[in-house]
Design a protein around this ligand. Structure first.
Ligand code: URP
Ligand code: ZN
Ligand code: ZN
Length: 465
């Protein structure tokens, strides 16, 4: 009988603190040995010349989420987790959304039922709270937190989701009392509505004006307000999808004052700009492919985001994967016969491209170390969202969630090599150096050289601490 089910031999391992040469032995889905030489395995993977990293954890994705107006997201759990696995990930964290006037518990149960039996890799579910009634705040939310749904997102904008300042404070208070983490979408609702109306009145309705309707100061103001609310209630908060210098500086200011404010950024804010939202020749709506909120900013903001990454303002780098099709009547191209950017569904697909973009722009171009890459893409997600120990690191006793990377491999991102349900990628033609060539989840090879090898149901839906 073999000592190990699988050995990964000859690779260079990287954790959030170290880079070193070692073999890994895997038994019963867990890392059982890390040693100079691991022998006695039933199967071996030759990792010579490859990097062996913790599988990516993407703590901010939207899958099969009701999107208003009957618009359907382009990914279900099977396609999203498959795409994530192909992109070097072993765990994703989507959101169960409470629609106004409905029970949070019912939304979570229905969403979990959709996930069960359909995931290729592990999934852990956050909540979105859009209707903080006394019953939600007093009973449903505390009970859900005890059941392991320990993080939830609140919105400072969007007609169907926005919470008032008073409601934000009430939700923050529950998080403080129950020991949960609030993720905040920080953009100012009234400012955006004012700008949108003004742009439409002037006839500025093309997708490009989506970016003009929510300038960076709108995000800066809301970020500051969220920080102040967090300080008032004395609760940790996570500001998600930070897009540029102005909100980054608010967060740095808060952190410098000793406030418990964490922050996340995403590939779109180091690689896309608002110019991408302009029309393409022959396609007035092409900019809709890049419509997300907050919108991509300018190249000087890319530099500010790198500054925030290097100096520790950001703890996590997530995709904010929010996949809609471009073509079709329920896609981004034809916003249901309506003529303004206001109706373009917000969000872009990115779960499969997050890691190659950060690896290439960060590690390959010398902006960040390999250890920082691991910290930003796996370890911190596990630590912050209650999955550590067990997930997010290469250590004996942890789940064998591992990605093998070829650091030299050059690829051009193209829709036809991706596995997501969307019909386009905002990064079409984007060149990267460094690519995940094998993903191992709980000790099983789930993707090899772009071919998915796992069955839906192999991934578990996890409860958290
Ligand atoms: O435009 C975006 N980001 N859509 C996804 C929902 C959200 O706000 O994260
Ligand atoms: Zn958001
Ligand atoms: Zn999001």
């Amino acid at each position: 009988m073999s000592t190990y089910d699988l050995a990964i031999r000859g690779g260079t391992l990287a954790t959030a603190s170290d880079v070193f040469r070692a073999d890994i032995g895997i038994r019963d889905g867990k890392i059982a040995a890390i040693a100079d030489a691991v022998t006695g395995a039933a199967e071996e993977v030759d990792a010579t010349g490859l990097l062996v990293l913790p599988g990516g954890i993407d703590s901010h994705v939207h899958i099969a989420q009701p999107s208003g107006d009957g618009i359907v997201m382009a990914d279900d759990f099977a396609s999203a987790t498959g795409a994530a696995a192909a992109g070097g990930n072993t765990l994703i964290m989507p959101f169960a959304l409470q629609a106004r006037g409905t029970s949070l518990r019912a939304a979570v149960d229905a969403y979990r039922a959709q996930a069960e039996g359909n995931c290729v890799i592990d999934t852990a579910i956050h909540l979105i709270i859009s209707d903080p009634t006394p019953e939600v705040l007093g009973q449903e939310l505390p009970a859900l937190i005890k059941d392991g749904y320990t993080s939830f997102k609140v919105f400072m904008t969007y007609d169907d989701l926005v919470l008032s300042d008073r409601e934000l404070l009430e939700v923050f208070e529950v998080a403080r009392r129950e020991g949960a983490l609030v993720m905040v979408h920080a953009e100012g609702y009234d400012s955006i509505r004012y700008m949108t109306d003004r742009l439409e009145r002037a006839g500025n309705t093309a997708p490009y004006y989506h970016a003009k309707s929510r300038p960076q100061l709108v995000e800066r103001e809301a970020t500051h307000r969220a920080i102040s609310h967090g300080e008032l209630v004395d609760v940790p908060i996570m500001i998600v999808h930070v897009s540029g210098r102005e909100p980054m500086e608010q967060i740095r200011w808060a952190q410098t004052r000793g406030l418990n404010v964490m922050a996340e950024t995403c590939p779109q804010y180091i690689s896309l700009t608002e110019e991408d939202l302009r029309a393409a020749q022959g396609d007035d709506m092409a900019g809709a492919k890049y419509v997300c909120s907050p919108p991509p900013r300018g190249t000087e903001d890319h530099e500010a985001i790198w500054e925030g990454i290097r100096t520790g303002v950001f703890q996590t780098f997530s995709s904010d994967h929010c996949p809609f099709r471009y073509e079709g009547t329920d896609g981004k191209q034809v916003p249901r016969g309506r003529s303004s950017f206001r109706w373009v569904p917000n969000g872009i697909p990115g779960v499969e491209t997050r890691l190659p973009i950060l690896f290439s722009e960060g590690v390959s171009k010398g902006r960040i170390t390999l250890q920082k890459f691991v910290e930003l893409t796996a370890t911190n997600h596990a630590r912050i969202y209650g999955l550590y120990p067990g997930k997010g690191a290469l250590a004996v006793g942890f789940d064998a969630d591992i990605a093998l990377w070829d650091p030299e491999r050059r690829e051009t991102i193209r829709q036809d090599i991706l596995h997501h349900g969307a019909d386009y990628t905002p990064w079409e033609g984007f060149k990267v150096t460094g690519w995940p060539v094998m993903t191992i989840a709980r000790g099983a090879v789930v993707c090899k050289d772009g071919t998915l090898l796992a069955e839906p149901g192999q991934g578990k839906v996890l409860a958290r601490q």
